[in-house]
Design a protein around this ligand. Structure first.
Ligand code: SF4
Ligand code: SF4
Length: 230
């Protein structure tokens, strides 16, 4: 039986998920490496935001910041919009905003607030902590600097998703599938998965056995232009 999506108080969700990832504007660290000059996660040519359908109901009543993604927003991207639409779970909607020069922070979507992370779920269905969107390794400065993630953001993220998952099995299942994809990807590359654990520790997880090792953040790799930073 298909689960009915829960009614969500989106303003309350946004107010409880509002702490920045780092203590400074991390966009100043990545945008110099993007030819468009925009932070990668706010550049529609690199990242298409998603929102719950309940969020879209709220956003379109309260702001003109967003429109439903049409697939023609990035002039240099020749990919087929139908493909991305078909890969997007039914409880989510692809959106496009007016761009970082016109951002309205109070109306950022939940996908803006969670970026570059998603809730990592083990194969035995435990929400363990924060894993990152691995496609963005060469772009996102934060992914190369997990030590810069504030504890306030980290614990807020865990609390928000604990509350959501308690009410919404579909959302939990979609992150369980995403975590499975991540294990498959990292296993193929013979790499371990970096994790910000809900207990406040940094870990590396073996994708096959799911064995965890507690580490210091210096053990995490850096990527792309951030490898050569001092
Ligand atoms: S989260 Fe990553 S991609 Fe987004 S602004 Fe910060 S460093 Fe750039
Ligand atoms: S709403 Fe703001 S934070 Fe979200 S993608 Fe647009 S510019 Fe970036």
């Amino acid at each position: 039986m298909t689960e009915l999506p829960p009614r969500l108080d989106i303003r309350r969700l946004y107010d409880r998920f509002d702490t920045p990832v780092t203590e400074f504007d991390c966009g100043t660290r990545c945008s110099p490496h993007n030819p468009s000059g925009k932070p990668f996660c706010c550049d529609i040519c690199h990242a298409v935001p998603v929102a719950y359908r309940q969020e879209w109901d709220y956003l379109q009543r309260n702001t003109d910041l967003w429109h439903v993604w049409q697939g023609d927003e990035c002039p240099t991207d020749p990919s087929d919009p139908a493909e991305l639409r078909s890969q997007t779970p039914g409880h989510l909607l692809l959106l496009a905003c007016q761009g970082p020069a016109h951002c309205q922070r109070q109306y950022r979507a939940s996908s803006c607030r969670q970026f570059p992370f998603f809730p990592y779920v083990t194969s035995d269905y435990r929400f363990l902590g924060l894993a990152y969107e691995w496609d963005f390794e060469p772009m996102c400065w934060v992914i190369s600097h997990l030590e810069a993630v504030t504890t306030a953001y980290w614990s807020e993220f865990v609390r928000v998703y604990d509350e959501l998952f308690a009410r919404w099995q579909t959302e939990f299942d979609s992150y369980a599938a995403c975590s499975e994809d991540m294990r498959r990807h990292f296993a193929a590359q013979k790499r371990r998965i970096p994790l910000l654990h809900r207990n406040g520790g940094y870990y590396l997880i073996s994708p096959a056995s799911e064995r965890m090792q507690r580490v210091t953040p210096e053990r995490f790799r850096r990527f792309g232009p951030y490898q050569s930073e001092s």
